[in-house]
Design a binder for this molecule. Structure first.
Ligand SMILES: Cc1cc2nc3c(=O)[nH]c(=O)nc-3n(C[C@H](O)[C@H](O)[C@H](O)COP(=O)(O)OP(=O)(O)OC[C@H]3O[C@@H](n4cnc5c(N)ncnc54)[C@H](O)[C@@H]3O)c2cc1C
Length: 436
């Protein structure tokens, strides 16, 4: 019988093991850590946003090789679409509920339920699971003259033999969950091409832009600012006072002056960063542009539902009606109070009208938060290394080696898309490995 080894007990590895066992292969899962699904437990703030009903799902992902990636994403999501994911979990005893129109969560509201159900299915299929088994090398079994057992999978204490090996080692995001980037090393050892890997879906550290001087006031030192005194802080750093503010904005990303991405929703100002789901999603474009050496600017439309002409008219009428009103007081009903000093500073320094400053409040993106606070990684093993229909390596030398999940250079936005990629890629690789 076909022997399949899956390396990594995260979302995609567990699904790959299940698909492989369902396909009739003798399946072993090797996990470096003491337990499986450590990252899965963190997902959705412990609630696990496990997929998304978005009809345009195949178009939301990103990759360094977009044309090839699109073929792969379409094929993989066709083989295990969202409806099959929901049906799979329901059949296994996990009911789901939809929030915000398309975000799918377990009805229990607990990611632990998702993991429990997956482990139950693995057990029912007699999948062997070994913990504390970190794979350190994958080598051709030269001794084997037949097609069978053509791969040796070495851990510190043992060498396993397999016909097919599925690498599901994850990325480098939140390394404490076990996905510490060594999947990239194993891939490189096999000769696979890996892109630079960057943190994605995370906050963006920003600096207040001084347009006249072309210099930037970095966010450093804001921690020392006294809380609650917005105007005195604004004189040191206009962003300090905004810390803790949440507001709805349309955020546009400019790389060397060219608009590259935009999204509307709630943004959050923290001491050093701009955060919130919108910023997380845009961080994928920001990090790619910063890595390419571009100057990256975020433009926030702080009143996205009000056209510029109407805002200008409103401000004019307020100035006429309330003679002598200060800019600060005028802004009181337009933006959250803690944001006012920064808007005033931007208005004064940019030379824009107040309405323009509100519709185009600019910050410079300096860097992204580190891997330990990133939800995913941007980059990974190049999609051009893999058969888009099976996720098996294309190289003749690597027949029988498959990849899944975040290890591949495909990343999605917040909303259940990354887990759907994990389920679909795991299913695809597991099914084909068993079939081969
Ligand atoms: C805080 C947080 C919240 C998130 N929330 C969501 C969400 O709500 N919805 C969503 O869609 N996505 C979410 N994501 C993203 C999602 O969790 C990941 O995209 C997904 O878990 C990736 O699955 P994976 O199988 O590729 O990797 P992982 O889940 O990271 O699993 C990789 C596994 O491989 C093991 N491993 C690594 N190297 C070896 C080795 N050499 N030998 C043996 N084992 C090894 C690791 O220990 C780990 O268990 C979130 C991520 C984070 C960090």
């Amino acid at each position: 019988m076909k022997q399949v080894i899956v390396i990594g007990g995260g979302a995609s590895g567990i699904m790959a093991a299940i698909a492989s066992a369902q396909g009739g292969a003798v399946t072993t899962l090797l996990e470096a850590g003491p337990k499986p699904g450590r990252k899965l437990l963190l997902t959705g703030n412990g609630r696990c946003n496990l997929t998304n009903l978005d009809p345009q799902i195949t178009s939301v992902y990103a990759s360094s090789n977009w044309d090839e990636a699109q073929l792969m994403i379409r094929s993989v999501l066709e083989q295990f679409p969202v409806k099959d994911t929901i049906a799979f979990f329901e059949k296994a005893g996990l009911l789901t509920a939809v929030e915000h129109g398309s975000y799918v969560y377990p009805v229990t509201g607990q990611s632990a339920s998702v993991l429990d159900v997956l482990l139950r299915v693995m057990q029912s299929l007699d999948i062997k699971v070994k913990y504390h088994e970190e794979v350190i090398a994958i080598e051709k079994n030269e001794a084997s003259e037949e097609e069978s057992a053509r791969w040796n999978v070495r851990t510190k204490t043992w060498t396993y033999h397999a016909d097919c090996v599925i690498l599901s080692c994850g990325s480098r995001a939140v390394p404490s969950t076990g996905s510490n980037g060594n999947g990239y090393e194993l891939s490189r050892m096999l000769g696979l091409d890996v892109t630079d890997v960057l943190p994605g879906l995370t906050a963006v550290s920003c600096a207040f832009l001084q347009p006249d001087t072309k210099a930037y006031i970095p966010g450093a030192g804001r921690k020392n600012s006294p809380a609650g005194n917005a105007e005195s802080q604004a004189s040191q750093d206009p962003l300090s006072a905004a810390s803790g503010t949440r507001t709805t904005a349309l955020v546009k990303v400019y790389a060397d002056g060219k608009a590259i991405a935009s999204e509307k929703g709630q943004v959050q100002f923290t001491l050093n960063d701009l955060s919130g789901v919108v910023v997380f999603n845009l961080s994928r474009s920001v990090v790619r542009a910063l890595h390419a050496g571009c100057e990256v600017m975020l433009s926030l439309d702080l009143l996205p539902d009000l056209p510029l002409s109407r805002l200008e008219k409103l401000i004019r009428s307020l100035l006429e009606r309330f003679q002598g009103i200060t800019t600060r007081k005028l802004l009181a009903g337009l933006v959250p109070s803690r944001l006012i000093p920064a808007v005033i500073a931007w208005h004064e320094q940019s030379g824009m009208s107040l309405a323009e400053a509100l519709k185009d409040f600019r910050l410079q993106a300096i860097r992204l938060r580190r891997f330990d606070s990133a939800q995913v990684c941007v980059g990974g093993v190049k999609v051009t290394e893999l058969d888009p229909d099976t996720l098996e390596c294309l190289s003749e030398d690597l027949k029988g080696i498959y990849l899944t999940g975040e290890l591949i250079d495909v990343d999605g936005p917040c909303g259940g898309y990354n887990l759907q990629w994990a389920w679909s890629s795991g299913y695809t690789a597991g099914t084909h490995a068993a079939k081969e």
